[in-house]
Ligand binder design. Structure first.
Ligand code: AMP
Ligand code: ZN
Length: 469
């Protein structure tokens, strides 16, 4: 498997530190609001990478944090007159609901910054002892950026380039920094803010230190993959590397993966410009599977544009796969329990070629755009080669293959188990239209398809009513 490594700016063969195991850390959201659709992109693409690596046989240890103390959380808490912890708790719960809707599996561990303060104090102490950090007069602890000679290796900036921009790095109150490039590890408390005791002052950690600490605690000093959105490359991930490598004395992450940004109608998503959607907003109009499918229809390193038309296209695309599996379920229900014919066996062998092609796309830096095209090819192949008198074994083999590939993408395409109300309504609507167009064959087919799923239709004077059998 090849992975594009931001560190080397090249696709590299993925070789894990330990045979058959992958340790992966993905920077998670700051929980002060419902997550927006931009936040959903790293969740979906790296969940898919995880699923694919598991499909390849790796045991994946996947850690993703919740940043539960930060200026925005505190501001929201003060506005509402409640504790910052309460705000964080609320939005962690909401985030988990959205993740479930998006079929993003929970991480192996979801550490929270506020529960890891001791570890942060330990690492900061080590950095001070090793001469990589210092304490200013008011108790603020800074990382001494120039003490880490590899600073800039991830973002491919050098310290001299950064110097030219250093004026803007000097914000008021930070004159006490020895160098404008230094960044905060620990800062003193302010009125009305949560704080913890530390050897330097009562206060709270800077943002970057939490990931260095949680990654080490749950995955070890050195990890295989560190990931997040591309805005995190600088300064967040650059600072994480400086802290971790200075403290541990060894390379931090082997591969750095970054997703490109999601824009809306070709513009940067922004609340003030009114082009801003939460995942919850989208769930009012679409099954969140459609949003997942939409995100995966582009490669994770390509910028992705979100628009109403593109979401409709995604819905239609996903529907094609779901209908194909629905049709297979329908045929399976009445198919004869017979051995595969020679012809069917040949077709199943041919179908296996699509799995190889899917793997090839995913092995190429998790190219989900190409992988989804392969699923479409397999759907087309299935629709072309399945007939009314196909045998059970044959139908099942094709269905298993489509469902397996979709499942690697985290897409639920077998609705036999859990057909949703919205899907039923959509099929009923389609049946009405078929009847209007005097396409009674299709209308009857839909009725039968629904019957297989245990949905009974009743034509009444007020229209079509349905119930679950
Ligand atoms: P934040 O809560 O801002 O720290 O963001 C959580 C994750 O979402 C990070 O990995 C960000 O890089 C990512 N992210 C934020 N906005 C976008 C966007 N518009 N497109 C893609 N990823 C984003
Ligand atoms: Zn992080």
């Amino acid at each position: 498997m090849q992975i594009f490594n931001t560190l080397t700016r090249k696709k590299e063969e993925f070789v894990p530190l330990r045979d058959g195991e992958v340790s992966m850390y993905v920077c998670g959201p700051t929980v002060y609001n419902l997550i927006h659709i931009g936040n959903a992109r790293p969740m979906i693409v790296f969940d898919t990478a995880r699923r694919y690596m598991e499909h390849k046989g790796y045991a994946v240890n996947y850690v993703s944090n919740f940043t539960d103390v930060d200026d925005k959380i505190i501001k929201k808490a003060n506005e509402e007159g409640i504790d910052a912890a309460e705000v964080a708790e609320r939005y962690i719960a909401e985030c988990r609901k959205d993740m479930e809707g998006l079929n993003v599996r929970p991480a192996t561990v979801h550490p929270r910054a506020t529960q890891e303060i001791d570890g942060m104090i330990d690492m900061i102490r080590t950095l001070i002892d090793k001469g990589h950090a210092y304490v200013a007069q008011d108790g603020t602890v800074y990382f001494k950026t120039r003490s880490f000679k590899d600073y800039g290796k991830l973002s491919h900036k050098n310290l001299d380039d950064l110097r030219s921009g250093e004026r803007s790095l000097l914000v008021s109150g930070e004159e006490q920094k020895q160098d404008p490039l230094d960044f905060v590890l620990w800062k003193p408390k302010k009125e009305g803010e949560p704080y913890w005791e530390s050897p330097w002052c009562d206060g709270r950690p800077g943002w970057h230190i939490e990931c260095s600490v949680m990654s080490r605690k749950y995955l070890g000093e050195q990890i295989d993959i560190h990931a997040g959105g591309e805005d995190l490359i600088f300064p967040h991930h650059e600072n994480e590397i400086a802290q971790s490598e200075a403290a541990n004395g060894k390379e931090f992450a082997r591969y750095w993966m970054h997703n490109a940004f999601l824009n809306i109608d070709n513009k940067k998503m922004s609340k003030s410009a009114g082009n801003f959607f939460t995942v919850r907003d989208i769930s009012e109009k679409y099954d969140l599977q459609v949003l997942r499918f939409f995100m995966l229809s582009a490669h994770y390193r390509s910028p992705l544009n979100f628009s109403a038309e593109l979401m409709e296209a995604a819905k239609n695309g996903l529907d094609r796969i779901v209908s194909c599996v629905g049709n297979l379920n329908f045929l399976l229900d009445k198919a004869a329990d017979k051995e595969m014919s020679a012809e069917e066996q040949k077709l199943v062998e041919e179908a296996a070629g699509y799995v190889a092609k899917f793997d090839e796309a995913m092995d190429d830096d998790i190219n989900t755009a190409d992988a989804i095209s392969v699923i479409f090819e397999l759907v087309k192949f299935t629709n072309t080669n399945v007939t009314d008198n196909a045998g059970k074994a044959f139908l099942q083999a094709l269905k298993d293959e489509i469902v397996m590939l979709a499942d690697i993408c985290g897409l639920i395409v077998d609705k036999k188990e859990e057909i949703l109300d919205a899907d039923i309504e959509a099929l009923i609507q389609e049946r009405q239209e078929a009847r209007k167009a005097r396409n009674f064959a299709r209308a009857d087919e839909i009725r039968d398809m629904l019957a297989v799923q245990g949905i009974i239709l009743e034509d009444t004077r007020e229209g079509v009513k349905w119930k679950r059998a």
